[in-house]
Structures are given as C-alpha cells and as structure tokens.
Design a protein around this ligand. Sequence first.
Ligand code: ASP
Ligand code: MG
Length: 598
Amino acid sequence: MSVIVQKFGGTSVADATKIRRAAERAVAAKRLGHQVVMVVSARGKKTDELVSLAAEITDKPHPREMDMLLSTGEQESVSLMAMAVHALGEQAVSLTGGQVGVLTDSSHTNARIESIATERMKRHLDSGAIVIVCGFQGTDDDLNITTLGRGGSDTTATALATVLQAEVCEIYTDVEGVFSTDPRLVPEARKLNQISYDEMLELASVGAGVMHSRSIEFAKKFRVPLRVRPAYSDEEGTLITPASDEADSVVNGVALIRNEARVTIGGIPDRPGVLSVIFSQMAERKIPIDLVVQDVSSGGVAEISFTVPQDDLAETLTAAQAAIDELGAGEIQSGTNVSKVSAVGVGMRTHTGVAAEMFSILAEANINIGMVTTSDIKISVLVDRNSADDAVLAVHRGFGLEKDQHPTPRIGFVKKISEVGDDQQKQAQLEQDVVARLTNMEDIVVSDVSLDQAQSRVTISNLPNSPGVASQLFSAVADGAVMVDMIVQNVGAKNRTNISFTVPREDLDQCLLLVRAVLEEWPDADLSFEREIAKLSVRGIGLRSHTDVGRKMFQALFQAGINVTMLNTSEILMSVVVSSAEGEKAHNCLHRAFDLNS
Ligand code: ASP
Ligand code: MG
C-alpha cells in the first residue's frame, strides 16, 4: 500500500479548529486507500514561547535541557492530533521522535539525523492506524532528547518519507506554495507550480524561507517528491522535483538576504594555503561564507573579501583575527550596510547573457553592484541595504517573473537542452551511488569533481565603481554570444572595481575584442588574461552550509602546494581556478580528499 507523509507546520495546528482540519485531511487520504503518517510541529508560537521562558531563567541554558524543553511543544500537538483523528472515527497513534527511533548525533539544539527505524511505524500502519509523529526531534544513542534546529519538522517529514519510501511528502503550511520571490516584498510575485531541487536548495540558502534547507538536501539525496501546499484550501501548491518543467523560464526565483556583512582581509601573503587557513577558521565556527573574492594581487600581497550573515559577524571577526595570526600578516575591514540579491534558475545552464541581463536590469534601476559571484544556476550580487528592496523588485520584473510565460529577449541559447540533460543524468547517477554508501542519513554528499581545461580567464581591474559598468561589459560579451562561466567582481582598494570571468578558450580572442571596444570608455582600466587555466568543480548537495567541504577542499589543495586564484561557492557547486599546469594534480588531490574513485 502506498504511504503518504503529511507535515503540518505550527500555524496549521495553532488551534482546535485547525487541528481538526488537519486531521480531516489525513483521514481523507486514509479513506482513499493510503497509509498515512503525519508529522506535526509545535502549535503557533509555542517554540518561541518556550525559548523566551528559558531566557527568563538563564541566559545560558544547557543545550540538553533546552532540547528537553523544546521537544514538549511537538508532544502537545501530536497527542491533540491523535484525539482529533479518533473523534473522526479512525485509529491513530502519536509517537515522539524517540519512540519512532529517530536516531541523531548528540549536537543538542542542532542535531543531525543518523538513521530512522521503520518497524514500529509500519506495525501501526499495517494495523490500520494513522501514525502521528513529533517533528523536529529525535534521541541520541544515550536516549537524550535532541532537536534538529529551528524549523526542523520539515526535515523530520522528508526523512520519514525517505525511509518509508512514501509516494509523496506533503508540506502543509500557511502560504500558497513556493513563490518567485517573497510576496511580502513584491506583491506581484507568482506562485510556481513546479521547481527543481537544485533551485529550491539555492533559494533556501539565500533566504527564501519556505522550507528548512536540510529537508531539501534530504529530498534531493533520496529523490523524495515534495509538495508544499496551503493547509487552508485544496490548492495544489508547488511540486519540488528533480527537474523543473517551467521550460520557458531562465530564472525562476529571486531571493534576498537583507542583513549581510562584508569582510575584507587585506595585506596577506599571496601563496598557497591562505584560503585554507581562512576557510578552516570559519568552518571551526560553522560560519557559512559566501561571495568569496580573491583579488588579483599586486606586489605579492593578496586581498580576500567575502560575506557572512550579519548575525555571524562578531564570530567571523574573531575567526578572521585568528586567521591573520596564523598567516602572520593582514588587516581586517568590515561593513554591514549591505544585502545580497540572488537570481536562481536552471535555465542558466543552457542560456548565455543571463548575467549581462541581470546587470543591465540593475543598471537601469541605477543600483550599484558591490560584489558578484555566480554558480551554474545562480547569480548573487551585493548591493547597498537601502536599495535592496528596489533591486529585488527590479530583477523580478526585469526577468518578467510576474507573468506565466516570461521570455527574456536579450538572452540567447548556447548549449542544447539534450546535452545538459545527459550531463544532469550522469551527475544524478554519480550522486545516487554516493548516497547509497552513506552511513548516516545527513552525511554530506560530494558526488563528483570535474576538471575543465578548455577555459580562459579575463581580468579587468581599475574600473570605476558606479552603476552600469558590469552591465556594459557583459552586455558586449553577451552580444557576441560568448558563454561566460564564473564571474567574480569586487570593489577593492581606492574604490575601484575589479572583474574576473572565465570563457571557453575558443571564444577568448573574440571576447577580448569585444571587451577592448568597451574599455575605450574607461582608459584607466587594465585588461589582462590567461589563455590556459584549469577550472575544477566539486559537485554535491548542501556544500556551502556544510562548512567542512570548503575546509577540506582548500586544505587538500594547500597540501598539494596548489595556489587557488579564483573561486565560487554555492549549495551544489564549488569551483576554483588554478594554473593549467596544476590542473591534473589538483583533480587527483580533490578526488582523494573526497574519497571518489576513478
Ligand atoms: N517547532 C519547531 C520550531 O518552531 C520546529 C518546526 O516548527 O519545524 O522551530
Ligand atoms: Mg516551521
């Protein structure tokens, strides 16, 4: 018999009426012939209330006791839900995470799931009961109660759907589904019928807070079909699947992280190992760094800039100081009046000019870009916080996301969809092979390291720091239908902008012609290029939020004595550029670091 998992968030079980409605939904599914598992969150603001209560007692609650306390919110919900199902004339049994056998590690308040037993749930399902499980909690191997981090019920639901091989995992919530951007910011935001795991992962990591991002990592790893649906109506919501069918769209979502901080470590030696030291210090404190830019060095001195969530800034500065102490030189600068705007879409894999289009849209809105980084399906820019809302609106409108069909005339095709499709299939297979060997369900998955020796790099430094510069440059390149791959931009010393990007080597000469023509307008700018570079890409799931991946990667390269000259990070892809002569060596050393054969 098919199993369906239905998860109800706090707002969807806030009072007796809502609990009854949720119970009716489960009963209806049961009466259609499914076995039903419900995963329920704490009611309304219950968890927040418990957190405040603890804060009234002490400002340093012991994490173990915090978990003991927070887990009670879900226990209240499941028992009430079981009573509601009973009242509808069906059997039901409520179970805590520990009773099910959700085994986690012992990181209290942020535990990761190691395994889940199915025997007890199956026994109840087979006897005809609806099984109602507390979200967000488990126990460690010493039977201490643990919680999975705020919002963790989504992760419980996806994990249960995985082990029960559920037909679908339905996430019932107080919104209509996943939107093209936050509807509170942009009222014309559109509900998406479908979105891919990759897009959802990137969006969740850049602040589109519909779902706990770990639950999407789970769904992607174990191929669980997820549906985000409103609890208050019968609308279909949004289906999250391996590939999105929104075929006409290049960009599917725009997200904002309003409170970002920017950190620059300057005056550091330009030699292998610098990134390794910085990433290790950050990883030790679990700080996910983003928009990492290593500026072209002058006089043997390098400068590295990156962004972190503003809440992590104090910790980050401590880590940066520790990195400087280790490196023996350097100075730190930081600023907080910045926000990160990201556009996400799988169509970026098959189209040229998407970055150029985004930069033009921002230039037309007179918004200056402080930093840029790209991955294969995401472009992120850093802007002044007071223009953040305008930037989101402009990008959303510029890509026509409010419409059902949103063709973007200035964007061209390059790769055939079929080629990318084959590629995707191969990667999915590699990923499934790694997943099949996992010891713990939430272990990090790195599925592939690839080497691309057919790229060149172009660097333009000393550009003015004003709106429209990136736009003019990349529009010119896009007009030549050149597929620009990695882009990093940073505003460095003396308030000048530096931009680096990679292009296919066969297009380099044409690209240089196009760039030179644009540069006539900025005679102070310096153009340089490297015809032969090696680009390495590490693919996986949840790479940036599992801060250990960056650490491992840069440590391995450092130990092999390899200097990294450019990098991009995202949830599904981390890419670095090294010298062409060291490409093979870097490829081998990363294969070894991540235990990948072949
Ligand atoms: N009740 C927990 C929280 O508020 C877990 C959840 O709702 O997913 O974070
Ligand atoms: Mg929630």
